[in-house]
Design a protein. Sequence first.
Length: 382
Amino acid sequence: MGGDPEYVARAGRNQQGDTLNYAVDADIAVASTIDSAFYRDEDAYVLARERIFARSWQWVSELGGVAEAGSLSPRELLPGLIDEPLLLSRDGAGTLRCLSNVCTHRGNILVREARTGAEQIRCGYHSRRFDLAGRMTFMPEFAQAKNFPSATDHLPQIPFAEWAGHGFAAIDPAAPLEAFIGDMMKRLAWLPIESFQLDPSSSRDYVVRAHWALYVENYLEELHVPFVHPGLSRVVDVASYAHELFRYASLQLALAKEDEVAFDPPSGALDHGRRVAAYYWWIFPNLMLNFYPWGLSLNRVVPEAIDRTRVEFRAYVGDQTLRGKGAGGALHEVELEDEAVVEAVQRGVRSHFYRRGRYSPTRERGTHHFHRLLCEFLGAAS
């Protein structure tokens, strides 16, 4: 497991202090899946908001729109779940920060539309002003206020990190971003990801009538591919699928069948000599970074309710001539196939007669790893 992490799947507690008994054995050969009550438990769903999503790095957006000094761009951290207003701000020195987009006076949203050439951030409610680093610089009618301004009058700076032209933010991250994506960065250092361009025409959102974790579980196991994805099975060698586990991530390495389009990793790359059809990277808890010879399909899984999930697909193209070919050639069809089976499982886990299943030790290692991380984060102290 790429330095098999030492953690224990512990029980968590809900807001009332009741025990949430979710645990998964570390040995996949004897382990049973997470209790099906997890997918129906409103307390666990609410607890996940703060213990899982607020403590992990969340993709915010590509950063092309804030390249110039004086750029201000409002964002939202996981709209539909966390709904935290953010502001990307690049100051005159070129430093990019992620600030709270909430005025420290009365909670007004500061910036509602992106703009460039800004010299300050001004609240439209009472005219409180901040510099582009978030420091409060002016407030009318406060001359008689004592102990003012203080540190709490400045805009909070949100944990933020960049990778290949993409921004990531977190409320209270469990570890630095590198702990989540560092293994991927090293593995794919030879790919010119920074040059990939967003293709809005191929970007879309899907709504899946299922618990968010069921969608992630399906992505993380290759056992279903021959039975659910006949088109994909024709271009990738399912028998040679390799699954590698890391602390907060996993990789499914799919090799191409003969004559199908594939990567040609250069000399010195770990996968040199392999005909790689796709790198399927998962970043805990809800991000999929799928690399194909044509570019990157970024998929973000956003819970909207305990039984409804929004999946955002964003396409970043490196080689337009390879679109529609190989493992990344029919993503819409593959998505619809996945949605159908995930929605069927959503109905099934509500059954009185289903509680737990077993894992395939060879084909469901990613799902087992995910379940262990769920238990770890749910059981973490507040």
